[in-house]
Design a protein around this ligand. Structure first.
Ligand code: TNX
Length: 598
């Protein structure tokens, strides 16, 4: 029986991992509840996504935001960094609420107000928390939220936890809270609830491929908003590929001068420039940091490097630069990382990775490593060894796609991103025919790396949903909402045929990431290649359509305990998110596997 979100009278209660079930007269109710009918919303009707760890709804009066409401930031505890962050979270929340409500909502610091306030309280315990630290502790983002007639109290030991709690608070308010301008005639009610919440995984991300299709700063910020609204905390940017180079590199200005002139399907002369100046990139990093979203920059190699090869002849064995590339192929020739050519490759990596580190305060540097056809023994290993050493030398943590684990020099504590197709890999796990994907994951774990799960047939946001999806690809799967939702990162590498055959990932899954590649951001994407750049839709149109509603589903996979997830319950809650997307002007896909009108 599904107890989730069930109304049991005056109080609806579900508590992570400790549901106390009492069977009365043949039907299960939750202990502590009085089974009398009431008008109180059920947890399901609140429509929170991701579902918090514990939600109690009471039939007490709601808190109503009005002219007298203040935002009070209580920073009696905490480090200087924590206090500064908490004030900042309070200011951000007040600014977001002022837009639709047109209320004053002054922000004050100091001890808690008696009533009529939204209080953000920094609690002791987060003194060693570092906004640029590793994402390895889910408890760092835990928060509690209590709302009642007198006010709202949101508490956490870190500003990141406070910020996550503010996203839940916004979801408790009416959908109009997402509107970009003032909305009249709305009762700005927060229902009386008690929430205690903490994510399942510490690393919860999405990736944007700005190399195949460039996204201007405003569009990247819009994507960050999408992530932040669903309590995700990582923005992985795929900054270089065959078709373009988007990050400026001190000492190698040609990389963006030339590499910023192409994107996939857009040859030189069709527009641009398509790269982030240092100021623009800093704006992205700051915007993300304000929302406690860590930017993970990726410089792909040794494959996916035709853009670099088109300006640096030293990366090719014949010493002459190649042509700029804007075609659709993958598996193109890799950097010439023969023993003889490694000094040149090393110089390139030193220069590029220094620029990456200088522009990214976060702890991770993603080095790519996918789809690199190595023509000779040792080339791939030469490249990974040099890159690993340089990143470690900067005190940063290496990330790579799972092929990166082929190198023998993976530093302990690296993060390896698994992007295999579950349906192709799982049946063979633990047999003599186990796939290279799975063997590479085993090598990564043996080297002391942890995993970020991005199985392509679950998490790839560039896969079509179904027949009706105009954009994207389908090589991994068609991913409808249920397919995105109904899987478990902990058993993704367990055989479908025999649960004894598995990769032991216990304690080694850092989290998950949903990559949005942008190889095909135009309609009829499977039947033809574009003959004109007019065929492309705006980046935000592509992003919104492919992201909603799947990103919220994946955010719940990352946030909510497996035992608390149920696809029917999720569908009942996600339909309540749709009016919020409408209010925010998000061009979401009304996927047919959900009854949106219910
Ligand atoms: C595979 S996933 C790729 C990308 C493509 C993507 C398209 C991965 C690490 N490599 O180069 O953009 O498929 O779905």
């Amino acid at each position: 029986m599904n107890l989730r979100g069930r109304t049991t009278g005056r109080t609806t209660r579900r508590t992570l991992g400790m549901l106390v079930v009492v069977v009365v007269g043949g039907s299960a109710i939750l202990a502590g509840c009085t089974p009398t009918p009431g008008t109180t919303a059920t947890v399901q009707e609140l429509g929170l996504v991701p579902l918090p760890a514990s939600v109690e709804v009471s039939d007490a009066a709601p808190f109503v935001l009005d002219d007298g409401t203040r935002v009070v930031v209580d920073v009696a505890a905490g480090s200087a960094v924590g206090q500064e962050g908490a004030v900042h979270v309070g200011e951000l929340l007040a600014a977001e609420l002022r837009t639709p409500t047109a209320l004053d909502l002054p922000v004050e610091t100091g001890p808690e107000a008696d009533s009529g306030a939204v209080v953000l309280r920094l609690e002791p315990g987060g003194e060693s928390w570092d906004p640029d630290g590793l994402l390895d502790d889910p408890a760092a983002e835990a928060y509690t939220l209590e709302a009642g007639e007198d006010g709202v109290v949101l508490a956490s030991a870190t500003p990141a936890g406070l910020y996550r709690g503010t996203r839940t608070l916004l979801q408790l308010l009416p959908p109009e809270v997402e509107a970009p301008g003032p909305v009249g005639d709305v009762a700005w009610d927060v229902p009386a609830v008690t929430i205690a919440d903490e994510p399942r995984y510490a690393y919860r991300g999405a990736m944007l491929d700005v190399a195949r299709r460039f996204a201007p700063v405003e569009d990247v910020q819009r994507f960050v908003d999408h992530l932040a609204d669903y309590r995700l905390n990582v923005l992985h940017l795929h900054l270089s590929d065959d078709q373009g180079w988007r990050l400026t590199v001190d000492g190698l200005p040609e990389l963006t001068e030339v590499g910023g002139r192409t994107q996939e399907g857009w040859p030189p002369g069709t527009g641009g420039p398509w790269f982030y100046t240092p100021e623009e990139y800093a704006r992205i990093v700051e915007y993300a940091a304000d929302r406690y979203v860590t930017v993970v920059p990726e410089i792909d190699g040794p494959g996916h490097t035709l853009a670099a090869q088109s300006v640096l002849g030293s990366l090719r064995c014949d010493g002459t630069p190649g042509e700029p590339y804007w075609g659709p192929e993958v598996n193109n020739p890799m950097i010439c990382s023969s023993d003889e050519n490694m000094p040149a490759v090393r110089e390139y990596l030193d220069t590029v990775l220094a620029a990456v580190v200088a522009q990214n305060p976060g702890p991770y540097v993603h080095l790519g490593g996918d789809e690199a056809p190595s023509p000779a023994e040792g080339w791939y290993e030469n490249y990974t060894a040099a890159a690993n050493e340089i990143v470690a030398g900067h005190g940063r943590t290496v990330m790579g796609w799972h092929q990166w684990a082929q190198g023998t020099t993976l530093p302990e504590g690296s993060l390896i991103q698994y992007w295999g197709v579950g349906e192709r890999n799982r049946g063979l796990i633990g047999t003599a025919r186990e796939t290279a994907d799975v063997q590479e994951v085993r090598a990564a774990l043996a080297a002391g790396a942890d995993l970020v799960m991005s199985p392509a047939d679950r998490t790839y946001l560039d896969m079509k949903y179904d027949d009706l999806t105009p954009y994207g690809l389908e090589w991994a799967a068609r991913i409808d909402l249920e397919r995105a939702y109904s899987w478990d990162p902990e058993t993704e590498l367990t055989s479908t045929l025999d649960p004894e055959r598995k990769v032991d990932v216990a304690g080694r899954v850092a989290g998950l990431e949903a990559p949005l590649w942008s190889d095909r951001s135009y309609p009829d994407s499977l039947t033809h290649l574009p003959t004109s750049t007019d065929e492309f839709v705006d980046v935000d149109v592509y992003v919104d359509f492919m992201t909603f509603p799947r990103l919220p589903a994946l955010a719940e996979v990352a946030w909510t305990a497996q035992a608390d997830r149920d696809v029917e319950d999720f569908e009942a809650r996600i339909v309540r998110q749709a009016p919020r997307w409408d209010a925010a002007g998000i061009g979401w896909n009304r996927v047919h596997d959900v009854r949106w009108d219910d």
